[in-house]
Design a protein around this ligand. Structure first.
Ligand SMILES: Cc1cc2nc3c(=O)[nH]c(=O)nc-3n(C[C@H](O)[C@H](O)[C@H](O)COP(=O)(O)OP(=O)(O)OC[C@H]3O[C@@H](n4cnc5c(N)ncnc54)[C@H](O)[C@@H]3O)c2cc1C
Length: 455
């Protein structure tokens, strides 16, 4: 039996950060993954996705500039070539990750891990033993539990498609469906998004989402709300998605059906009971130090942990670092999610940081919003794009509580406000900062003041 100070399950952002930091402090560390090393973000999530989004943005920008001085034949996405470009990012990643483990002296295992008892793990046929374990096993698509589920492909398979079909139905109105639908539409696919709730993107500002839905429909994407998928059938080489809309039934034929219906922690197969590790619906049950509440030798981080953060890469990274510090020096570090930025890479993007208006209200904070449609501001008229914003401010005083943007520069504006919220930079300092002009940031004084002065 091989023995380690620490074994980490999962080679994504969370697991890699735990393994690397503990190994650098001199611990003997093993790490295991059943899939090629690198985790979701690098291989099957953020990184490959944004390569595709980049191409979609270019198509959209060129269309917006038609009749505004840019005349081209319609720009088109060559999907197989774009996928080849995408693979230049994903294909080298597992070997790079393996090399970095080897160089650090981290022992890596390929295989599926399961607990045998409180100190041992089975990795396929091999038993390994450790003083500590870190569960960083990520998330998986939630089972849809509908007839015909076997016809539905996942986000991972979408990111590997060599050819695009003529039409796609996306089940669920979360960020994955919305982002993929926007890319697919720019590549010439007829896309349908079916959401069973009142609106897609529930965690985001309702006003900005309403505008995004308008823009989504204008891009040719069919968005249906209050549409609960009942099942998927295969008919004449095509698929038909059956859904309930109120007391009626609707059908959506499509060449491909994609699961965008949410993800859950990937911890069902770990035999947690054997190690006495308690869980909730949202992941491994942990205390404020990300330590299992029922087995002190076990910590958890990232999408697999119920640590109170969103299932996003920066959260996985910071949780991983927190686990490593607590393992090495005893429990002392807790999490601070202030200024966490969450971005939907639709075209245009929707980006959100800090408190939403609803959250401020729920917390009984006395707040005010600076909000408006900025499409006619120079920054957006120049690129012929729609834009809208909402900044949540303390009612008295200059504290910025949250910032929400829809438009071409949304993601970087949100990042600037993430810094402001994190570092408690006041509205006045933001206003006085001499941002380069003309840029989206040079509008910040207007964003904080209900728009530019009337001209
Ligand atoms: C399509 C898509 C797009 C996304 N886009 C973004 C984005 O733009 N921005 C953002 O911040 N986040 C995005 N995310 C979310 C982000 O990818 C995750 O939050 C992040 O990767 C979580 O990292 P992690 O380390 O917790 O887990 P992961 O990176 O998922 O790593 C977990 C690893 O554990 C392995 N594993 C699981 N169980 C076992 C087992 N029993 N034995 C061995 N190995 C096991 C898995 O194979 C996996 O490789 C996206 C996710 C998806 C699916």
């Amino acid at each position: 039996v091989r023995r380690f100070d620490l074994i980490v399950i999962g080679t994504g952002s969370a697991g890699t950060s735990i393994a690397t930091t503990c190994r650098a402090a001199g611990w003997s560390v093993g790490i295991v993954d059943e899939l090629p090393f690198g985790g979701t973000c690098v291989l099957r999530g953020c990184d490959p996705k944004k390569v595709l989004v980049g191409a979609g943005e270019l198509v959209d920008w060129s269309r917006r500039m038609n009749a505004k001085g840019v005349v081209t034949k319609p720009l088109q996405i060559d999907w197989p070539a774009l996928m080849r470009f995408k693979r230049t990012f994903t294909e080298p990643a597992p070997a790079q990750r393996q090399r970095s483990y080897d160089e650090a002296g981290i022992v890596s295992f390929h295989g599926r891990a399961r607990f045998v008892d409180r100190s041992q793990l089975r990795i396929d046929g091999e038993i390994v033993e450790a003083k500590h374990f870190a569960i960083a096993s990520g998330a998986k698509p939630v089972p849809l539990e509908i007839p015909g589920e076997e016809h539905v492909i996942t986000s991972t398979q979408f990111l590997e498609l060599d050819r695009l079909p003529s039409s796609i139905v996306f089940i669920g109105g979360g960020y994955i469906s919305m982002e993929f639908a926007h890319v697919a539409a720019r590549a010439g696919v007829k896309a349908f998004v079916l959401d069973r709730g009142d609106r897609p993107l529930k965690g985001f500002d309702a006003d900005l989402v309403a505008r995004l839905i308008e823009l989504t429909r204008a891009a040719g994407i069919d968005v249906s709300v209050k549409t609960a998928v009942l099942g998927v059938e295969r008919r004449n080489g095509e698929f038909v998605v059956r859904a309930r809309q109120g007391d009626k039934e609707a059908t959506f034929p499509a060449a491909l059906v994609i699961h965008g219906g949410g993800r859950v922690p990937d911890i069902d197969e770990l035999d947690l009971q054997a190690a006495g590790v308690a869980r909730t619906e949202k992941g491994i049950q942990v205390n404020a130090f990300l330590q299992s509440t029922s087995n002190p030798a076990v910590y958890a981080a990232g999408d697999a942990a119920d640590g109170g953060g969103l299932p996003l890469t920066p959260v996985a990274g910071t949780e991983g670092e927190t686990v490593a510090q607590n393992l090495l020096r005893g429990n002392h570090r807790t999490l601070d999610f202030s200024g966490l930025t969450s971005i939907v890479y639709t075209i245009p993007a929707l980006a959100s940081v800090g408190l939403g208006e609803v959250q401020a209200k729920e917390r009984g904070i006395s707040y005010r919003c600076s909000t408006g449609d900025s499409s006619e501001w120079y920054t957006y008229r120049r690129v012929n794009a729609a834009s809208q914003y909402k900044i949540v401010l303390e009612a008295a005083g200059g504290t910025i509580l949250g910032a929400h943007f829809l438009g071409p520069f949304a993601e970087e504006l949100a990042n600037l406000f993430a810094l402001a919220i994190r570092a408690k930079i006041s509205k006045n300092v933001m206003n006085e900062t001499l941002f380069g002009y003309p840029t989206a940031a040079s509008d910040i004084e207007y964003l904080l003041a209900d728009g530019p002065p009337a001209s």
